[in-house]
Design a protein around this ligand. Structure first.
Ligand code: PLP
Length: 392
């Protein structure tokens, strides 16, 4: 059996269509969109076509969209932009479970003297709307809440949050990190009453190193990068044309058959939990139930087996999963997200994230369940031998 890749929230395989679009842009249509001659003009048109694809998918104006280098840059552009314009007295509110690309810049602002607050979450990782309501006031300049959490898959109640923000802090900019949901779930910016949104290509079968920022026209934020004035002066740097075109291609592919892909991915996830139950494998669910969880993410703990031990034992058998998010896998500290959910530290220590894409199959899940069962048995034997040796 080939390797089984269940870490699609870390990154995804580039689709064939997106890869060939990128190749064409690199090998044939490689003009710089700022050049005045025909090769440049053709690239400029291709850039605008890609932008128009996103405008249609998101139901927003093309001139509110800016290509960036990644989701991290999109998030930082908004946070640093608000910090520059609003000043230290203004309040910045984010959820306690934001990705590091939101959490870290806001933490830095707090250290610089800005007023920042974290919205707490429930045991299943959903923001506490009453707490958000009590934080919002006329000083609030920014509220940032993710759509789908990258570690648990928890879908946040953005329409209800938007209602609260518009009622209690109408002056605030409402930012949404939709990196884990775009291309997988429908997005409804109007219902959320959002002002700005961050996306990333490599989570949806486009290359790494390409992102997008939607920012409503009425917001006049300063750019993060200054230089040649590309992207209508808001994001300098020569446009990453091959990745932009691949990103638009991959996004269109995702949304062409969104429901079909979603149902297939949900079936893969269900097959995994069903398979574990059939084999009587003991696990604790850290993700919320299916109604509040994106189909492509499942966070579970196998009791008494540390995440890293299990991860590397599974890897040795060709099954790739993650211990928390890709961005925290280098750190030995327990997950900040699962800690914010107040989970039992034992579950946090043994948490694993399985994340799926439309390329995964139920057959892969069956093989994965066998691998998990075998791994748990082997690890239990090691522990038994170790204890026996210690007793001697
Ligand atoms: N936001 C979320 C929710 C993510 O999961 C990630 C990446 O894992 C990012 C932002 C950062 O995106 P990028 O890797 O494009 O910088």
């Amino acid at each position: 059996m080939n390797d089984i890749y269940f870490d699609n929230s870390a990154t995804t395989q580039v689709s064939e269509l997106a890869a060939s679009a990128a190749l064409q842009a690199m090998r044939l249509d490689y003009g710089n969109p700022s050049s005045a001659y025909s090769k440049g003009v053709a690239a400029f048109h291709a850039l605008n076509e890609a932008r128009a694809t996103f405008a249609k998918l998101l139901n927003v104006d093309s001139d509110e969209l800016y290509f960036t280098s990644c989701g991290t840059e999109s998030n930082n552009t908004v946070i640093q932009g608000i910090a520059k314009t609003a000043g230290k007295k203004a309040k910045i509110i984010i959820s306690a479970i934001e990705h590091p690309s939101v959490y870290e810049p806001v933490k830095q602002l707090a250290a610089l003297g800005y007023t920042t607050e974290l919205i707490p979450v429930s045991g299943d990782g959903i923001i506490d709307l009453a707490a958000l309501g009590s934080m919002l006031d006329e000083q609030t300049a920014l509220v940032s809440i993710m759509h789908v959490n990258n570690e648990t898959g928890a879908i946040q109640p953005l329409s209800a949050a938007g209602e609260l923000i518009r009622a209690l802090a109408p002056q605030a900019l409402f930012h949404i990190d939709a990196v884990q949901s775009f291309g997988r779930l429908p997005l409804n910016l109007a219902a959320w009453q959002a002002d700005t949104l961050s996306l990333s290509g490599h989570k949806i079968h486009a290359p790494k190193g390409i992102g997008l920022l939607w920012l409503k026209k009425k917001w006049n934020l300063p750019p993060l990068l200054l230089g040649g004035g590309q992207e209508r002066g808001f994001r300098s740097g020569t446009e990453n044309m091959s990745s932009i075109i691949a990103f638009a291609t991959a996004a269109a592919e995702c949304y062409q058959q969104l429901d079909k892909h979603y149902a297939a991915i949900a079936a893969v996830k269900r097959a995994l939990t069903d398979g574990l139950k059939e084999k009587n494998i003991d696990y604790a669910l850290n993700s919320p139930d299916d109604t509040n969880c994106a189909a492509h993410i499942l966070n579970i703990s196998f009791p008494h087996i540390r995440s890293e031990v299990m991860l590397h034992s599974l890897e040795a058998k060709g099954l790739f999963v993650s211990a928390g998010s890709a961005c925290t896998s280098q750190s030995s500290k327990g997950s900040r997200i699962l800690t914010a959910m107040n989970l039992d530290p034992k579950h946090i220590d043994s948490a694993l994230r399985f994340s799926f894409s439309r390329y995964n199959t139920v057959d892969e899940v069956k093989a994965a369940v066998d691998i998990i069962a075998q791994t748990i048995e082997e690890l239990a034997l090691v522990v038994k031998l170790y204890k026996a040796k210690k007793r001697k």
